[in-house]
Design a protein around this ligand. Structure first.
Ligand SMILES: *Cc1c(COP(=O)(O)O)cnc(C)c1O
Length: 229
């Protein structure tokens, strides 16, 4: 197991350094710890060092972990592909969903959200890589999807998310993130009250912060290389 406390400190420094380098407000970027395939102990260790937000991709694995960590007031984000037969469990157990990309799934999440939990925070996932990726709504579908989600009482539209095809060159990495930021700005100009750009992983978080990320989703740099998925 990686030394999670040391990795967390290093990551926080990396985020603060990128905020300074790209003229972002201090502490304007939030770290989402991606804990898919990781055990409850690793989540607890990170939580013990001040990490509050955790991201999961697989519903069954996540629900067990969330139950085991009950009472720790952690914030759970669903970031994986959403199967329609899993919408109830997602709506009941999570605080955020980053990967909403279809109207039908939006309706199902809204219908299944327990009233006492308050609205589910939602980011629309956008496919900024064209043919290279299957997940996410095409950019031209985002306005209609936003309108649908904004009309659902048990969902709260917070912003946009993307997971671009990997690239090594900083300029190439920045391009899809810039596209996502511009889409967010378009929606804001149409009157949507949005505050979230969920973008950037271990390999491209500096590029994402340069383009305005407010949440970076980090697994490998925190917990080490995943053995299985
Ligand atoms: C796994 C995953 C991450 C984390 O990626 P790392 O390269 O391990 O930091 C971020 N976002 C999504 C949607 C993921 O599935």
């Amino acid at each position: 197991m990686k030394n999670i406390a040391a990795s967390l400190d290093a990551l926080r420094q990396r985020i603060r350094a990128a905020e300074r380098r790209y003229g972002r407000q201090p502490e304007s970027v939030r770290l989402l710890a991606v804990s898919k395939t990781r055990g409850t102990e690793e989540v607890r260790t990170a939580a013990g060092h001040g990490q509050t937000d955790f991201g999961e991709n697989y519903v069954r694995e996540a629900v067990a972990k969330i139950d085991e960590c009950g009472g720790q007031s952690l914030i759970w984000h669903f970031i994986g592909p959403i199967q329609s037969n899993k919408t109830r469990q997602i709506a009941e157990h999570f605080d955020w969903v980053h990967s909403l990309d279809r109207e039908r799934i939006a309706g199902r999440l809204d219908a299944a959200r327990p009233a006492e939990k308050g609205p589910l925070n939602v980011c629309l996932q956008v496919n900024t890589s064209g043919e290279a990726s299957k997940s996410g709504a095409p950019p031209e579908a985002v306005h209609d999807l936003a309108e649908t989600v904004a009309g659902l009482p048990n969902l709260r539209l917070r912003g946009l998310m993307t997971l671009p095809a990997p690239a090594t060159d900083l300029e190439e990495q920045r391009r899809p993130f810039r596209q996502l930021r511009r889409l967010l700005e378009e929606l804001q100009a149409r009157g949507y009250d949005l505050d979230t750009l969920s973008m950037g992983t271990t390999g491209d978080m500096e590029a994402a912060i340069a383009e305005g990320a407010t949440i970076v989703r980090i697994g490998t740099a925190l917990f080490g290389v995943r053995r299985k998925e």
